[in-house]
Design a protein. Structure first.
Length: 143
């Protein structure tokens, strides 16, 4: 009689590292190194990594504010003029288990929107507004 290796509902993701990039693979690899790098990173370095997909000559970091990290974008081929990244959202992203995947998604999203949008925000306004309403609701419930 055959027995299952994993209990019902349990899934295994197999990763392979190639030139520092994690890819799906048939070989199981423990990828704690990515988690350790993400934990040692601060939100400023994470923001630099996200915007690194754009040409460095077109980027200029503006003065760092308490709540957000701003970048000014200059480029004739790019419609994008400003990148605004919320520090609290970046801190939450650093603590997330799937941070590496989400950072790759943000990089792709930034590249895609560079030619179409004037301003890039993370998180987007609608999502940030919903999170603020939820936190206010929890604060009133706890009182």
């Amino acid at each position: 009689m055959a027995a299952a290796l994993l209990s019902r509902g349990e899934k295994v993701t197999r990763m392979q590292r190639f030139c520092g990039i994690a890819q799906l693979s048939t070989i199981p690899v423990v990828y704690k190194c990515v988690e350790q790098v993400m934990k040692s990173m601060d939100e400023t370095r994470l923001a630099e990594e996200i915007v690194s997909v754009l040409p460095t000559a077109a980027l200029r970091a503006c003065t760092a504010e308490r709540d957000v990290i701003r970048y000014a974008v200059r480029g004739k081929l790019l419609k994008l003029r400003a990148i605004i990244l919320d520090r609290a959202a970046l801190r939450r992203l650093l603590k997330d288990a799937a941070a590496a995947v989400k950072v790759e998604y943000l990089k792709r999203d930034l590249l895609r929107s560079a030619a179409t949008r004037i301003e890039y925000r993370y998180p987007r306004r609608g999502l940030a507004r919903r999170q603020n309403v939820q936190s206010l609701a929890w604060a009133t419930i706890r009182r």
